[in-house]
Ligand binder design. Sequence first.
Ligand SMILES: Nc1ncnc2c1ncn2[C@@H]1O[C@H](COP(=O)(O)OP(=O)(O)OP(=O)(O)O)[C@@H](O)[C@H]1O
Ligand SMILES: CC(C)(CO)[C@@H](O)C(=O)NCCC(=O)O
Ligand SMILES: [K+]
Length: 244
Amino acid sequence: MRLLIDAGNTRVKWQLMDGSIRVLEGVGALDSDPFANLSDVGGKISRVAVSTVASEARRCELAEALSCYTPVPPCFYWSEVERAGLVNAYEDHEKMGADRWHAMYGAWTRHRGGFAVVDAGSAITIDYVGAGGKHLGGYILPGRRMMLRSLRNDAARIGFEDHRSDAGEPGASTTECVHHGLFWLWQSIADRIHHDCSAQAIGRVLVTGGDASGILAAGLEAEHLPDLVLQGLAAIDAEAVGRS
Ligand SMILES: Nc1ncnc2c1ncn2[C@@H]1O[C@H](COP(=O)(O)OP(=O)(O)OP(=O)(O)O)[C@@H](O)[C@H]1O
Ligand SMILES: CC(C)(CO)[C@@H](O)C(=O)NCCC(=O)O
Ligand SMILES: [K+]
């Protein structure tokens, strides 16, 4: 069986696959033993494929944590210049987060037309791909928790309660101003993505990441694929096996 891992800055998501069947899955912070559910099945793992954007120290910790469950060395996959007609816009492709490349490739294996990929994770990324597979570039923005954390930590008098709001009208308290402001920003992001897509004749938007439902609630018209990064990673790992 194949273990697929998407290690973000906040959480590690994994799926254990038997061919195309998902046998087990898990999510959690690296410090909280996210692989605990693998203890009974570790012996059946024959391949481990990883997409990570965490630090090099965290990457080593991940390999260490995995070694408690399987002796199979993990294969780390990174951003590429090109794959099967999908072409990276970055001059220095190694600088692009592996999750962005793997999400775009996951989208490319599903839709050979143009698309936008929105990953609302610790950071929000937006990437545009034209109909011929050319990556047109993208955006990196702070994610929900990052924005709230910076408001809380970097300003002395912005004290607010935790609560998720799907209201975007002007607020009448600090808590409302912060949470409505976040939703209003997401509405603007959704509008802007729709605008960019029509300007570039891109007909499809795919969304993934822990805050995908929030961006959808703010009006983004998109297909929600929570495991898009893992789908791209799975396709790339299968191609690597096919070649060896
Ligand atoms: N249980 C949870 N723990 C942490 N974040 C959560 C949780 N549920 C939803 N979220 C939201 O998901 C976002 C993090 O998304 P996700 O887990 O996809 O990030 P990630 O893959 O670790 O990040 P990245 O790939 O951007 O580094 C946070 O901004 C937060 O608002
Ligand atoms: C932007 C994030 C954090 C999103 O997970 C990740 O893709 C990353 O660390 N990227 C590196 C910078 C870049 O993609 O240009
Ligand atoms: K991610």
